[in-house]
Design a protein around this ligand. Structure first.
Ligand code: PAF
Length: 280
């Protein structure tokens, strides 16, 4: 397994494999792997000759009050896990390598899709994500790239960006991997103390509650969201940032549930921000 830090070396590696007619699968990450990341690697591994994983805690997607400095990092552990998943190369650039002095070219997305859900509360977050993902796509030139469905809005925006900017890349969404009690796996779960960790299972339960309501014929989003809010508030010390029901493809808010919807939420448990969603 190769560990590549420099963009020019990654480009040479990609060029060589392209000349050998190898297909390239790519999993962009911020490291500190859990089963969710590993499941994305397995999807790409199965579909392509070469599997490249990037590890880069991208400063431009964190706001001034976000957890950039304390975001968990453990490269030695990540490296071992990549070896186990038969990763061919890890791309681990420095912030200076990705954003050299004078960098000003950002990829910004306009309009409704960016202004709902997390986009409403984390201004500039998706600008940072789209910028780094575009840069990584240009450097790695993958045939396919795999992202987790837990970051539902991120996945929808990446699909949109790839279509709008004509990246010749197939985007695959990997299912959300959950702990036994339903909590979606996330590198940030590490921040939770034992009491918070226990109550965090209420998030997925509230999504299942919404699913059951819809399956039983409820179509009024306000009713569904109100029940979810009650359930979550009664299950622990949560500060709910949002619970929304949106069209699963366009992310437009939906008042009456008719077609495929994404039910998505973000909450704070203490300082820790957790997100989750399901498609119904
Ligand atoms: O989902 C993530 O881990 C990050 O947002 C990504 C896609 C690697 C971009 O930094």
């Amino acid at each position: 397994m190769q560990i590549i830090e420099k963009i020019s070396n990654m480009q040479s590696y990609v060029k060589k494999n392209r000349l050998d007619d190898k297909s390239i699968g790519f999993v962009p990450t911020m490291g500190y792997f859990h089963e969710g990341h590993l499941s994305l690697m397995r999807i790409a591994r199965q579909k392509c000759d070469i599997l490249i994983v990037s590890i880069f805690v991208n400063p431009t997607q964190f706001g001034p009050n976000d957890d950039f400095d304390k975001y968990p990092r453990d490269f030695d552990r990540d490296k071992k896990l990549c070896e186990r998943e038969n990763v061919d190369a890890i791309f681990i650039p420095s912030a200076e390598e990705m954003y050299p002095k004078g960098f000003i070219a950002y990829v910004d997305m306009d309009g409704d899709m960016t202004e709902v859900l997390c986009g409403k509360y984390r201004s500039r977050h998706f600008r940072g994500v789209m910028t780094v993902v575009s840069k990584l796509f240009n450097i790695v030139q993958p045939d396919i790239a795999v992202f987790g469905r837990k970051d539902g809005q991120q996945l929808a925006l990446i699909r949109r960006m790839v279509a709008d900017l004509n990246f010749p890349i197939e985007i695959i969404g990997g299912r959300t991997i959950r702990e036994n009690d339903g909590l979606a796996m996330s590198s940030r779960n590490k921040y939770l103390n034992s009491e918070q960790r226990k109550s965090a299972s209420a998030l997925y339960k509230s999504l299942l509650l919404a699913k059951t309501m819809i399956e039983n014929g409820e179509t009024d989003s306000f009713e569904i969201i109100a029940k979810m809010k009650d359930f979550i508030s009664n299950s622990g010390d949560f500060e709910i940032q949002y619970i929304d029901i949106v069209d699963a493809d366009t992310l437009k808010p939906v008042n009456t549930v008719q077609n495929k919807v994404m039910i998505a939420l973000a909450v704070f448990l203490g300082e820790t921000r957790l997100i989750d969603n399901i498609i119904v």
